[in-house]
Design a protein around this ligand. Structure first.
Ligand code: IMP
Ligand code: MG
Length: 170
């Protein structure tokens, strides 16, 4: 499949540093729990948390959705659950890309029912075209309108995750 570079690695790294700075300043004096949504988030998550200047804890959740491969069906189950207790703690959910919004709104509901003190969302890419569940993204790396993107953790059929830059598939 043809692909074209969309966001080069230098631009990604600069934006990740800005996001980490913003989060560090908002959470001064606190110890947020950052929860990464596997698998696509791995590189973004690793780069982001290593730039934070506030103490923090990390954990992961993995969601699988049935149905078509390139869009969320809304029918979501969890194949890895959060293990660190979030009750009374400030939680930041970290996602690679928000598309329909189904995955994040489900995870958000779970964090709230588990008693998180506060919940914020950090996403590397906010893809607007197919959003149908309203999601409030507090820390957003990049906005795109449409297209299927790969690289820097993002996959198409488990391919292209390892690429250091972000591409759009043609
Ligand atoms: P949502 O529940 O529709 O918001 O789906 C979000 C998930 O779908 C992301 O975490 C990705 O795993 C996947 N996804 C959506 N759009 C893309 C894309 O353009 N490239 C790679 N994965 C995507
Ligand atoms: Mg994902």
């Amino acid at each position: 499949m043809e692909k074209e570079i969309l966001i080069p690695r230098e631009k990604i790294q600069a934006r990740v540093k800005e996001l980490a700075k913003e989060i560090s300043s908002d959470y001064e004096g606190k110890e947020p729990i950052l929860i990464g949504v596997l698998n696509g988030v791995i590189f973004f998550f690793a780069d982001l948390v290593r730039e934070l200047s506030v103490p923090n804890k990390i954990d992961f959740i993995r969601a699988a959705s049935y149905g078509s491969k390139s869009t969320s069906s809304g029918n979501i189950r969890f194949t890895k659950e959060v293990e660190i207790p979030v009750k009374g703690k400030p939680v930041i959910l970290v996602e690679d890309i928000v598309d329909t919004g189904e995955t994040l709104s489900r995870i958000g509901e779970i964090m709230e029912s588990n008693g998180a003190e506060s919940l914020k969302i950090c996403a590397l890419i906010d893809k607007l075209e197919r959003r149908h569940k309203a999601v409030n993204i507090d820390y957003c790396g990049f906005q795109i309108n449409e297209g299927f993107v790969v690289g820097y953790g993002l996959d198409y059929d488990e391919k292209y995750r390892h690429l250091p830059d972000i591409y759009v598939l043609k």
